[in-house]
Write a protein that binds this ligand. Structure first.
Ligand code: DP6
Length: 380
């Protein structure tokens, strides 16, 4: 008997206007709109195969090679919503096998749930032939996952409906709109596992008065300004909002009671370096943002990449550079002019960064033909 199989790839996204706080925990409805950049799937993505067959004896799921509990409520939410909208009705009675992996180490502490749920929803939608707004479904797996349903520059509209029907993502502009935009992820050497986003934002909603101020007084204006900055390709404004948003998000974490802290001393060194660099040029050439972790996401334009790579290597030299420190960047011949070094007053801190991922804005999920499950529906 046939096994019906579908495999998807889905990208990660990095928020510039942060999602932090839910007004409805069950439906995952956010307290404010957020805006993100979808990153290229070449460097980081989730890959998920879904299969159903009358021969399968039970529902099963494997994540990064390990079998997991199929009954996890967020996975169930996505499956339930997809099945409700399925047009391939004859598949509905079959058991489902799901196998998912990331092409980047989850140990690096980089958010993978967004890519993972976007990927699951995309693969299921194709398997069951669902023709609906997929961001609304991915949102119910993990809030930030709804933004990974689209490529380029994406806004998640918080929505007004109690049932969440208008809490969806929409594309502000495709990746081709601003091809010069580049992203570097500075993976900080740290073993520490922080508070999960889900628990952290729940406590912020309960205890932070700064979060209330942010939602009503700060975010609406920033969403408008960032939308225009993206449409006009205005890096100055884009960078300023990115940095202020990151800072306010981490201020809210500290304003949460008991406080949450995701940044460490290396994160603060990176923040200082970025401001010193921008100060030197008297304009924003570089911007940072940090999610619920200590790793930095830097934004820059392509023309400044060689100098910024050299700057990062000078400030945070690898202990043994096997040529793979900045993954994805080939030309390492550039050196920061001595004069720039002196002005920036860089003191090298060896070994504080594990490595750097150099990437750019990318497209949304895609369907591929290489599966993670064999013809019996078991992991390859
Ligand atoms: C700091 O989407 O992981 O990355 O909806 O509870 O699954 P849940 O939370 P999640 O939160 C992401 C928070 C953030 C900011 C952002 O991506 O906007």
């Amino acid at each position: 008997m046939a096994v019906h199989t579908c495999t998807a790839l889905a990208p990660v996204n990095i928020a510039v206007i942060k999602y932090w706080g839910k007004k409805n925990e069950d439906l995952i409805l956010p307290v404010n709109d957020s805006i993100s950049l979808t990153l290229s799937k070449k460097k980081m993505c989730a890959k998920t195969t879904v299969a159903c067959s009358p021969t399968f004896e039970s529902d099963r799921i494997w994540l990064n090679g390990i079998e997991q509990d199929f009954q996890s409520p967020r996975i169930q939410n996505c499956i339930r919503e997809i099945k409700r909208l399925a047009r391939k009705k004859d598949y509905l009675s079959y058991h489902l096998h799901i196998c998912s992996e990331n092409n980047f180490p989850t140990a690096a502490g980089l958010a993978s749930s967004a890519a993972g749920f976007a990927c699951l929803v995309k693969a299921l939608a194709v398997l069951y032939d669902v023709d609906d707004e997929l961001s609304k479904i991915a949102r119910q797996g993990s809030g930030s996952a709804c933004r990974s349903i689209y490529g380029g520059f994406v806004q998640w509209l918080s929505g007004n409906q109690n049932d969440g029907s208008d809490s969806i993502a929409k594309q502000i502009a495709p990746k081709e709109h601003w091809p010069e935009m580049r992203v570097m992820i500075l993976v900080v050497n740290s073993k520490k596992k922080g508070t999960s986003s889900t628990n952290g934002m729940r406590n912020s909603v309960l205890t932070s008065s700064l979060l209330k101020h942010r939602v009503t007084e700060v975010v609406p204006q920033r969403v408008q300004t960032l939308n225009s900055a993206i449409l006009q390709k205005n890096f100055q404004t884009f960078a300023e909002i990115a940095m202020k948003e990151s800072n306010q998000f981490h201020a809210i974490c500290l304003d949460t009671y008991p406080p949450i802290h995701y940044l460490n001393s290396t994160s603060f060194m990176i923040i200082e370096l970025v401001h010193a660099y921008n100060e030197l040029y008297k304009k924003n050439k570089l911007a940072y943002t940090f999610d619920a972790g200590c790793n930095a996401f830097l934004f820059m334009l392509e023309e400044d990449v060689p100098e910024i790579c050299a700057l990062i290597k000078a400030a945070f030299p690898p202990i043994d550079d096997n040529g793979n420190f900045i993954k994805g960047f080939i030309d390492s011949s550039f050196e920061v002019p001595l004069d720039t070094f002196k002005k920036l007053n860089i003191a090298p801190h060896p070994g504080l960064l594990q490595h750097v991922i150099y990437t750019q804005v990318g497209s949304g999920p895609a369907i591929i033909s290489e599966h993670l499950l064999n013809e019996k529906g078991l992991p390859l």
